[in-house]
Design a protein around this ligand. Sequence first.
Ligand code: AMP
Length: 208
Amino acid sequence: MNIVLLGAPGAGKGTQGQRLVEEFGFAHISTGDMLRAAVKANSELGQKAKSYMDAGQLVPDELIIDLVKERISQPDAAEGSMLDGFPRNIAQAEALDAALAEMGRELDGALLVDVAADVIVSRLSSRRTCRACGFTGSDKHEVCPRCGGEMYQRDDDKPETIKNRLDVYESQTAPLVSYYKEQGKLWAVDGDRPVDEVYADVKKALSL
Ligand code: AMP
């Protein structure tokens, strides 16, 4: 199965994605995680991407599209992949369709984790991420409940950047909802509920 996870930053798509990966073993391809790793390693990609990420803007398509093409052609993604944070705009969605077609594969659909904007702002402000394993928690977690690592606040989860990220989502990423709906490839779940309930709906939507 090849699935795209859609939703505003903080909607919980990463958390739902992690669950699906743990239970079904899809290759979890998170472009945000890949870029954060590149920044941490201070690679050429990381150096180019950092200023966009810190400002809550999208990294240019030419940096991200080749990265994803290379990743989905790796052996672990052949059985199925779950893309989290990609595509972020129509150009990326079209590039993904073309890349999958070249490999004789096709996107099964896009799963929208739907959460209202006011809920998103409060979730993002209290979100904390594990420096060691990437687990997403909240300011209630002093250490990572999964690996005991240090929890920190991502630079782009600070209030001044959150607004930019939501504006970017509305103007560039939200149009993907219609893009997939028109192709009959959209599943939507209400993400403003406890994680377990959302996950039950996610599995139902995906017929898993
Ligand atoms: P995320 O963890 O998905 O919220 O991504 C964090 C940041 O990485 C975003 O605010 C963007 O700056 C950048 N980013 C992640 N995925 C993409 C993408 N598909 N296209 C452009 N920029 C991206």
